[in-house]
Design a binder for this molecule. Sequence first.
Ligand code: SF4
Ligand code: SF4
Ligand code: FES
Length: 489
Amino acid sequence: MSETVTLTIDGKEITVPKGTSVIEATELLGIEVPRFCWHPGLSVAGVCRFCMVKIEGMPKLQIACNTTCTEGMKVTTTSDDVKDAHKWALEFHLINHPLDCPICDQAGECELQNYYMKVGKYSSQMDEDKVLKPKALDVGDNLVLDTERCILCSRCVRFEDEVTKTSSLGIFNRGDHSVIGTFPNRKIQHNYSYNIVDICPVGAFTAKDFRFKCRVWFLSETKTICPGCSTGCNVTLFQNKNQRQYYRLKPRKNKEVNGHWMCDYGRTMYEHLNAEERLAVPLAGGKSLSWSDVNKKLTEKLATYKGKSEKVALVLTPQYTNEEYQVILETLKNVIGVQFKTFIWRDPSEKLNDFDGILFRGDKNPNTAGLKQVLENQSISAVSLGDSFAPLAEQHAEVVFVFGPEMEKSYSQYANEINRFAELPNVIYFGSSKNPATKKFSLVIPTKVFAEKNGTFVNYNGINQKLKANPPVFPAMLGIEDIFSAIKI
Ligand code: SF4
Ligand code: SF4
Ligand code: FES
């Protein structure tokens, strides 16, 4: 028996696996059927009645999300009766929806607004007053709910039931008084709550950390990788380029890595990128340096240890790209020799094999696997620093290069541990944040953050993923690759 079926949609033939829905087949052909309740990461609800299509031989229009493709089926998505059905379904959804777009956070990326322009543009026949419902409800650590804006598509309810299995939401009351809400004494408190904001097609759920901060049309998007843990969720990073300010991260679909979702911890990975958190210029003994001074000082330092590499220690954290590890190790080997000792600095309290069953992993570093690969390729064995830093202290190195974590919040002991490095003589520290302890180091070199790099992270599963660079927040900032490849001895 054939495992596929062939059908035509708007005259285009397509063969799909058995069980594919008509809306999925239209997606494959790049045909957009309007939809509110259907979401590719959730079960089918068929409640919004927006995705109407015409199927030859069927007396009434059908919903594309809950109709399975069959052999020889002929589907039309653009006939006048289909267009009419879309238009009036949209008017139905807007009957009780407040027209508060000017103050709604979703404006600019609201599916009601977008579909009104694409398939609506009707003159409203609504004379009655709209039904008023509760607004600005605090429904969890990260979310605000405006029930008036809800179109009862049930995506959020299904997300809670099917993805996080926390079932914190329900639809209460009847008819036009139906309302979305949480249960008494039970708020939305888990590590995936912001996904509800993403899947809500209107502005009913808004994110506390983004509400009223910036209109979405001022934001530009970069497709990159979340650095919050070793899963490496594919994400879109939103920046206001004029302000050089980052505002949020959202998940990007990748079936092999994160499906449609990302966690709330990962959503915070824009906070350390902005200027107020960042070290802007290189420092020596607390005083600022130019980038040419950095080159001079590094060159002098490495020239001093040419042939004496056993007096040098290198400390790496699993938060840099493969390309950065490569250039660091190659430069040291070529310039001073191969005897330097390499240490890995990780959070001593991390539980590497922890996994929450959805996406979030105990290894809160984006490139543990990449670091291991590069060390192996370079035939360098590294020692783990552990709790006490004893292996490093016992080496009595005369100079220590430390590549500190960019995501300092992933290191629960960071504040203590950075002071431990400060006890060592002659530390050259690479890092991106302003940290008072770094004043004690002989040289502090600011680094580009993940949003400003092109490069590779390898996730826990060995998948190579590419970062995409935005211009640096501080225009003069150099990357590790620029700094190390400029050293000539
Ligand atoms: S709150 Fe949003 S996602 Fe939930 S049912 Fe209403 S419109 Fe749909
Ligand atoms: S699961 Fe990991 S990679 Fe994915 S969003 Fe969360 S922190 Fe980022
Ligand atoms: S998208 Fe098909 S009924 Fe809602």
